[in-house]
Write a protein that binds this ligand. Structure first.
Ligand SMILES: [Zn+2]
Length: 210
């Protein structure tokens, strides 16, 4: 059975425990720069004039293009993951924390995460794979995927995970995704993966009490 852990981040959109990395942010950035330039050029057009209306239409079209582009990227990634793996381990999302965060870039990224999870939920059912949602208190970033020792502190800017205990070194996001894969394995070996298990595992949302 093929297991995979999926880490979602701002640096890379998705990092798999296989080492595969999926980005998307670059193309959004290109469109977003174009959008802000367009809006800046439109700043002196008279409201209600034909030129103004034309400009507004252009802005609206670009907005739609950006939204479609984002959606497309997410769909490609979630289809690939659901189709090619039997069990997928993913971190739970802190929805309350998401809504409380005032940072716009972060909020947009979080919305992407939410959509990502929603797509994985129905696609795993569609393709017959299983989704294991790992308890969000599980420290997937701080734990060494080699020896299992948990760090007390890990700064966000530390891109390479270095374990003081076993000297293991690994890309931070890959380390987290390997831990999520391991957590998914633990859930499946503890709870089994029978006929109704896929949905049950989703409900449990916890490694420790299944
Ligand atoms: Zn270690």
């Amino acid at each position: 059975m093929e297991f995979v852990g999926v880490d979602l981040g701002i640096n890379h959109l998705t990092t798999l425990s296989t080492g595969e990395v999926f980005d998307g942010a670059k193309s959004y950035k290109r469109y977003e720069q174009k959008l802000s330039r367009m809006q800046w050029l439109n700043r002196r057009k008279q409201v209600g004039s034909n030129n103004y209306k034309k400009a507004q239409l252009k802005v609206a079209r670009l907005h739609r293009k950006i939204a479609n582009n984002r959606k497309d990227t997410l769909h490609k990634i979630t289809t690939y993951i659901s189709k090619n793996h039997a069990v997928i381990g993913i971190e739970d999302l802190n929805v309350r924390g998401m809504l409380a965060n005032g940072n716009l870039a972060k909020a947009i990224a979080d919305m992407g995460f939410y959509e990502f999870r929603r797509q994985l939920e129905y696609k795993t059912q569609l393709y017959g794979s299983s989704l294991v949602v790992v308890n969000r208190f599980y420290p997937s970033s701080k734990t060494c995927s080699n020896c299992g020792i948990k760090k007390e502190y890990l700064a966000l800017k530390e891109r390479i995970f270095k374990c003081e205990h076993c000297s293991f070194e690994c890309d931070r996001d890959i380390n987290a995704s390997i831990n999520l894969e391991k957590a998914a394995r633990e859930v499946v070996s503890a709870c089994g993966l029978g006929s109704a298990d896929a949905s049950r595992l989703k409900q449990e949302k916890s490694v420790s009490n299944c």
